[in-house]
Each structure stands twice: as C-alpha cells, then as structure tokens.
Design a protein around this ligand. Structure first.
Ligand code: ZN
Length: 405
C-alpha cells in the first residue's frame, strides 16, 4: 500500500462545510449500523448483510431524507452518504472475516472524518486496455486536489506528480485538516522516471528516434505482412468484386480474394496495435517529459511516402496512446509547434539550413557538426522549450484557475 497524505488549506467557510460533512457522515453511519442491528433482531428474515444494508440505504434515501426535520441532510453531496454506507459495509465484512472487531458507533470525540469513493467508473474505449486509473480519480500536479463529490480543495504542500485513487479520506486532527488516500502498490504510477526529458522524432525508415540516441523500429512481422498485402493486392488488381449497379456478379475467386484481404488487414492492425501499446508503455515508464512533433498533415500529404507513413504506421495512434497513458504513468506529453523547424536546425549551434528529405545526415554549415538527421531532430524537439503548442494552451487555462498552480 502506498499512502498519499496532504494537509489542506481551508478558509472558515470551507472548514465549517467539512465539519458539517463529517457530521453528516457520522449520522448516516450510525443510522445504518443501528438499523442493521435492529434488522438482526427480527427472527425469520434471511438476508445477507449487503442486502440488508442496501435496503436500509433505500429507507434512508426515500424516507429519512424527505422528512422536514432531516432537510439538512440534503445540502450535502450524495457521495458522502453513499460512501458512509460503503464504509459500514466494509467494516461489517471485516468483522465477519474476523479481521476486525464489531464496528462501533462513530462519535465526535474521535474527530471528524469522512470518506469519498469515486462513484462512477469510466471505461476505456473499445479495444483499449483497462488501465487501473480509468475508474479512478486522478490528482494532477499542483496545489489543487479535485475530491470526488466535493470539488476542488487546496493543499498546503504541492503535489509533484499524478496520483490516482478510488477513495479519499478527509480527516481532522486538532485544527488541521488532511486528505489521505491509500493506493494499491500495483496501481501506483511510477512517479520517478529514469529520464527527465525526451524528444521523439517519428519517421519512415525508423519508426521513432529518441533524443538519447535510442531508436524504435517497427516489428519485422509488420513489414512482412504489409509486403504480403501489397503483393496480394497487385496480383489481384484486375479482380472485380461485382457491382449491383453495373449488374456484375462477383466471381468466387474475387470473393475469396476479398476475404483473404480482410484477414490480412486485420492481422496487420493487430500487430500494429500490439506494437504501439508496448512501445508507448515502455516510453511512459522511462521518460517523464515527452516531446513530440505536431504532425503537419498538409505538408506530409504532399509527400506520398510520408503520407503513407502517417496513415499506416500509426503516428496519430502513437501520440494518442502516449497522451492517454499520461495520467497513469505520471508523464507529461508536450507537442511541439508544427512550424518549429526541427529537421532544419542544428542541435549544436542553432544554425538553420535547408534539408532535403533524402539527406540523412545533418552536416552543419555553421559549426561543422555531423549528426544523423533524425537524431538531430529529436534533440531539437527535446530542447524546444519555446515552441510548445499544447503547453501554451495549458498554461493559459491554469492561469485562469489560480496563480498558485
Ligand atoms: Zn551547427
């Protein structure tokens, strides 16, 4: 278990709201516990604890909360009482298993406390792996913590990385308020990355060149499958798959070819998906700040080979997956402005010169350095502090939310 704990910075209004919420939680917890005990005293009712608690919760929602004398319960987030019932169910389950004593009534003497559970799970898109964070609340770096069911609270101490959890406990010790969270070890994002910053240049020959001079090559199976596919397409270029309009019926051979083509396409898609997932996970585990070039679609479409690479090699998918994995791995993906001349600038001295696509080595006319083209571009991306497209947007959002971030 990994513990996350931060002291909160609350004003008077927030403090009294927190106190009220803790009181509401006590009220619900004790109500549930008393009702559960009472239900056991009626003989002849055979029902599990969870069934009983569910029924009690219904009574609370549909009856107690509607009474005028309990109108005050309606001003608190519903997650408070949902979570109070969950706490109670957990306590009873632990007692049944012999792991804890029978739960006692909550009292003010023991201090203020309430738990907030993430209520609704968010599921990943079809085909995407169910990353643990998808049904979790993600805390972003900074001083603002977004508590489920409550909203933003301010932390006294800065949070440096992304954290994710399903359950947050707010508690008071003397006059100090804290938020804490326990996270299963397997769900903790690797908060310390081996490498602080990396620039990644995507290309045709080499899928990705990283600024630390490592490279990622697309699997040969992918290349082989693609070659097979184009051969197949070429050999069958005259086959017609029938047309109702023209009144042509598809031949058996054409149908066979079409099925074969479909199989080949899905095989390629699977190999690519697997490759991209493994690659983006590996990168997200190792590097913290990941800089990529904004893909210049127009410019690339003008070049047939590049256009094919963009659509076939999954550059967009690569970027999307890196962005999607940010919250889980605590990374920061930054997109470099598409006008930044990463290939035409010397990463050593900043000298700019024209570079044909066929030139694979950057021979600097300024400082005479000789460096592989892709590596030069990757290093430039890594150092492009003043050319971040997405970063600028983010900054302005943060500024409008508060100067402390
Ligand atoms: Zn130079």
């Amino acid at each position: 278990m990994y513990a996350f704990k931060r002291e909160l910075k609350l004003n008077n209004k927030e403090t009294s709201k927190m106190r009220g919420m803790a009181g509401f939680r006590r009220f619900v917890y004790n109500f549930g516990l008393e009702m559960l005990k009472a239900s056991w005293s009626f003989e002849g009712i055979k029902a599990s604890d969870s069934f009983r608690l569910n029924e009690i919760k219904k009574v609370f929602t549909n009856h107690v909360m509607t009474l005028p004398e309990y109108a005050w319960t309606r001003k608190y987030p519903s997650l408070i009482y949902q979570s109070a019932f969950q706490d109670l169910a957990d306590a009873i389950a632990r007692w049944r298993k012999g792991l804890a004593k029978f739960p006692v009534l909550a009292s003010k003497k023991k201090g203020d406390k309430f738990t907030l559970y993430k209520a609704n799970a968010v599921y990943p898109k079809k085909g995407e792996p169910a990353l643990p964070f998808t049904n979790r609340v993600v805390i972003e770096p900074g001083r603002h913590i977004n508590l489920p069911g409550y909203g933003i609270v301010k932390s006294k101490e800065k949070v440096d990385y992304y954290y994710s959890s399903q359950r947050f406990t707010v508690s008071r010790t003397a006059d100090r308020w804290f938020v804490s969270s326990n996270i299963d070890a397997e769900h903790v994002p690797p908060i310390i990355h081996k490498v602080e910053k990396v620039g990644i240049d995507l290309g045709v020959a080499t899928f990705a060149t990283l600024s630390d001079n490592s490279t990622i090559v697309a699997p040969t199976t992918l290349k082989q499958a693609k070659t097979k596919l184009s051969k197949l397409q070429w050999r069958n270029r005259h086959k017609q798959l029938g047309s109702k309009k023209k009144g042509i019926r598809a031949s058996n051979n054409a149908k066979k070819f079409s099925r074969e083509l479909g199989r080949k396409h899905s095989k390629i898609a699977n190999v690519r998906k697997d490759f991209l997932h493994k690659t983006t996970t590996k990168i997200s585990k190792k590097y913290y700040q990941i800089r990529l070039e904004d893909l210049n679609v127009k410019g690339m479409m003008a070049n047939h080979k590049l256009a094919e690479a963009v659509s076939n090699n999954g550059f967009y998918e690569f970027r999307r997956q890196l962005e999607y994995k940010q919250s889980h791995y605590g990374t920061k993906v930054e997109i470099v402005d598409r006008w930044f001349p990463s290939s035409k600038t010397c990463s050593e001295c900043g000298h700019k010169q024209d570079m044909k696509l066929s030139e694979r080595v950057f021979n600097c006319g300024g400082c005479q350095v000789s460096i592989p083209r892709d590596l030069n571009a990757a290093i430039n991306l890594k150092n492009a502090d003043n050319h971040l497209a997405a970063f600028k947007e983010k900054k302005s959002i943060k500024r409008s939310r508060g100067k402390d971030l």
